[in-house]
Design a protein around this ligand. Structure first.
Ligand code: CP3
Length: 340
């Protein structure tokens, strides 16, 4: 099995720069879209053979250096019986958003073997299929991002409900985040025990907070999860978007890799994060909708700003967009491999 991706996570020298893409398994792939004609995303997630197949599609097609488990950040909530759906072109929708301490108390602990056995089965199948290929990445949302869905009830742009809850209902907020931290820890530990070889924690929406609020209301919980995972000895990746203004604080968790978006140059980002950690990301996913000659220029620019090659994992700054031409992604993967 190629260990290029894992080596890069630990900042080791590799013979080429490893590449994977957030949302590499998904709607831009014709094979996935075909499957979606007859199955919902949750059908796929709950059917291990299908979920594994979807995870493997980009590995074979693109030649990426890691596979990511096909699931969604809502899976642990689904596991504990939260009434939710993932609505086409909208995202996660929760029937009864969290409002009170009683609502928080009703959330129970996750029992992985019982609640998400399908996910563990998917990991087992993938491990078997991938053994001569690439490592498997497991994932979860961070407590803040998961809480934002539970409180808002649906995707939002401004996170007003979440912030009001945080400011005005701080005790309940704290008990909610405490509980989510425990659920996420158990969720990730079960993925590790079943064989994932790296973990990424997605705090997709945390960039809506000021640095001060991030420190007060979100960071302590994420920190605790990373601490809880120290004993697993696999690489841990911390992902966020809109974090350019608080990268030092964002990277103060016990992670091996920090994943950045495109709103900051990679040189400045790495300087703030510190060179002892590896770095991932930086290309704007919207660029993949343009001509490959422009994509190439922007990749060259990232590489020309890299203070060092060891510990760099090529990725996008956020997930692959639905209309992305597959051809561009194939060319991009080849190009990054050839440059390094
Ligand atoms: O290839 C991969 O990256 C693995 C699969 C994956 C999915 N969701 C499947 C999915 C991963 C890693 C996620 C994580 C996820 N889900 C995040 C964190 C990453 C990020 O993008 O910030 C978030 C915030 C969610 C919540 C969520 N689920 C959203 C916002 C959406 C998009 C809604 C839409 O339709 O535009 C989803 C649905 C979803 N999850 C899709 C996929 C492939 C697309 C819809 C579908 O196929 O039905």
């Amino acid at each position: 099995m190629s260990t290029t991706f894992l080596d890069a996570c630990y900042g080791k020298k590799t013979s080429y720069t490893p590449v994977w893409y957030m949302r590499q398994a998904g709607r831009y792939l014709p094979e996935y879209r075909k499957l979606k004609e007859t199955h919902t995303i949750l059908d796929i997630v709950k059917t291990p053979e299908l979920a594994a197949k979807v995870s493997l599609q980009p590995v074979d097609l693109l030649g990426v250096d890691a596979a990511i488990l096909f699931a969604d950040i809502m899976v642990p909530l689904l596991g504990i019986g939260v009434d939710l759906d993932i609505v086409e072109n909208i995202g996660p929708v929760i029937q009864h958003p969290i409002q009170t301490l009683e609502d928080v108390k009703k959330l129970r602990m996750l029992v992985p073997e019982q609640d998400i056995s399908y996910l563990l089965k998917t990991i087992t199948i993938l491990k078997d299929e991938l053994k001569n290929k690439v490592p498997l990445i497991g994932f979860s949302a961070a407590p803040f991002t998961l809480a934002s869905y539970l409180i808002e009830g649906k995707p939002t742009r401004d996170f007003i409900k979440t912030k009001s809850f945080m400011y005005n209902n701080t005790d309940v907020w704290n008990s909610l985040l405490n509980k989510l931290s425990d659920i996420i820890t158990i969720y990730l530990q079960s993925q590790v025990a079943t064989g994932v070889q790296a973990i990424q924690i997605f705090d997709s929406w945390v960039g809506c907070l000021s640095e001060q609020d991030y420190q007060a209301y979100a960071l302590p919980y994420t920190k605790r999860i990373f601490e809880n995972l120290q004993s697993v000895s696999i690489p841990l990746i911390h992902f966020g978007t809109n974090t350019a203004g608080m990268l030092k604080t964002f990277s103060s968790v016990a992670c091996n890799v920090v994943s950045i978006d495109w709103r900051i140059s990679i040189a400045r980002a790495w300087e703030e994060i510190g060179y002892e950690k590896a770095i991932q990301g930086n290309l704007d996913p919207a660029l993949l909708l343009s001509d490959f000659s422009l994509i190439k220029k922007r990749v060259d620019k990232i590489f020309s700003h890299l203070p060092k090659h060891e510990g760099y994992i090529f990725n996008l700054g956020h997930g692959m967009l639905p209309g992305t031409p597959v051809e561009n992604v194939i060319l991009l993967t080849e190009y990054v491999h050839s440059k390094s």
